[in-house]
Design a binder for this molecule. Structure first.
Ligand code: PLP
Length: 443
């Protein structure tokens, strides 16, 4: 074996050698349908020529120039394109190389915004249980997924967490979606009052929770009420769209669906679509002005921020998405996929909920549909499904800890935006075969 330090040291992985549309092909020629885009990354599939040519052209011309010395045409063009298509009020783009970096930058920018205005006590961040914001220490501190946090607890930065919006398990009998949305959002107000509004810097959440809960969208009115509460108490709203943004849920920015503009917005994954590592933190004019009219220097930065080749890839990805109207395909295929999954698993004894938005759909698995009782975590149902589906040639994204970071299993699907009828059939067929094999062994 070589010297790569893999994620799982006890597993031998196949070698991925090429990509063709929605498929990854290994050293033995086996084709894997990429039903989760890795982790909601590969939104254009694996062989988009426009993006590949844009990268080549940029490296031929200028692969890298440090952002402390230069701006570049790809960086400027991509920022203009993002702002032109962002919710009204978003005005500036700060580049990074991935999702965790975007979140780190957002947490620091929120703090610096308050400092620039002389609001020195505002340093506390409120987040939600069961969210995922990345694996670096600041982002992990904001994240609310217990099994990811626990080993690193002594190192984490103090932040507080409120319960998430989780209609399947939290909405009461007879409670309307809107009433539930407001009730769930009001937890933020309670927490702000508990901490002391003058101490709170920001609230961070994912508009549609991805990895940790499986495509759980905010209930109607939830984010509007969150925005109101943030405005009332001078708390900044950070939306983490690293997984759910960039067209994944059917609009370029996920928060467009809710009609809410955050103060700070984090994106990554689909921005580079896997062709280059790139993320960004976007912010409103108000936030930028505080820096521009204050110290004039955001005290942050990474060597590769604004990398011209990554920006050229990002520009090609987003312009391709828009020019080819791929979001129409996201919305059309979303309905088809949801219907096909409901037909196949709607009555399945171990399927509790099928949910999501756009091509961001998850299935929550349960031991008992009536009581919504989860499987014993020791059974590691998610891991068995991941392994079996992979053997069957389907890449999907099953995860543990759906309910409280310890209990519950779900399978997340996030296929490329270019999928067609036959791909939907292939996802459902392979998932169905994988469910049968795994559930048969559970008895
Ligand atoms: N935020 C969210 C919502 C994510 O889903 C992820 C990754 O899955 C991250 C942040 C971290 O992104 P990255 O893995 O690129 O650092």
């Amino acid at each position: 074996m070589g010297h790569v330090f893999p994620r799982h040291t006890k597993t031998n992985l196949p070698t991925a050698v090429s990509g063709e549309g929605c498929y990854i092909i290994d050293q033995n020629g086996k084709h894997y349908f990429d039903g989760s885009g890795g982790a909601a990354v590969s939104c254009l599939g694996h062989s988009d020529q426009t993006v590949q040519e844009a990268i080549k052209k940029q490296t031929d011309q200028l692969a890298f120039a440090h952002s402390g010395f230069f701006t570049t045409e790809p960086a400027e063009k991509l920022a203009d394109l993002l702002v032109a298509n962002a919710p009204k009020g978003i005005d500036r783009v700060y580049y990074v190389s991935g999702g965790s970096e975007a979140v780190e930058a957002a947490l620091k920018l929120a703090r610096q915004y308050h400092l620039e205005r002389g609001d020195k006590d505002r340093s506390h961040v409120i987040a939600r249980w069961q969210s995922y914001h990345g694996n670096t220490i600041g982002a992990l501190s904001a994240g609310g997924n217990k099994w990811r946090r626990e080993p690193f607890m002594p190192m984490l930065v103090p932040m507080s967490h409120i319960d998430p919006c989780y209609p399947y398990r939290d909405q009461q009998e007879g409670e309307s979606d809107e009433a539930y949305g407001v009730r769930a959002a009001n937890r933020l107000e309670e927490e702000i009052l508990k901490i002391g509004p003058e101490k709170v810097s920001a609230f961070i959440c994912e508009p549609v929770v991805g990895a940790t809960m499986g495509a759980v969208a905010a209930a109607p009115g939830y984010l509007k009420r969150i925005r109101e509460i943030c405005n009332q108490y001078g708390v900044l709203l950070i939306l983490d769209e690293v997984m759910c943004g960039m067209g994944r849920t059917g609009t370029l920015f996920a928060c467009e669906h809710d009609g809410v503009t955050p103060d700070i917005l984090c994106i990554a994954k689909g921005l580079g679509a896997g062709y280059q590592p790139i993320g960004a933190m976007l912010c409103s004019r108000k936030i930028y002005n505080a820096i521009e009219n204050g110290s004039g220097f955001f005290q942050h930065g990474h060597t590769y921020q604004g990398h011209p080749t990554a920006c050229a890839a990002g520009y090609a990805v987003i312009s391709t998405m828009l020019e080819r109207n791929l979001l129409d395909n996201v919305n059309k295929r979303s309905e088809q996929l949801m219907q096909a999954l409901t037909d196949a698993f709607g009555q399945h004894p171990f399927v509790g909920d099928i949910r999501g938005r756009g091509l961001f759909i998850a299935i929550e698995l349960v031991k008992d549909r009536e009581t919504k009782t989860p499987f014993d975590p020791k059974l590691a149902v998610h891991a068995k499904i991941k392994k079996t589906a992979f053997e069957n040639g389907l890449i999907c994204y099953p995860m543990p800890g759906t309910i409280d970071g310890k209990n519950g299993d779900h399978v997340l699907l996030a296929p490329p935006f270019i999928i067609q009828d036959e791909h939907i059939a292939e996802i459902v067929e392979k998932l169905s075969a994988s469910f049968s094999s795994v559930f048969d062994t559970l008895g």
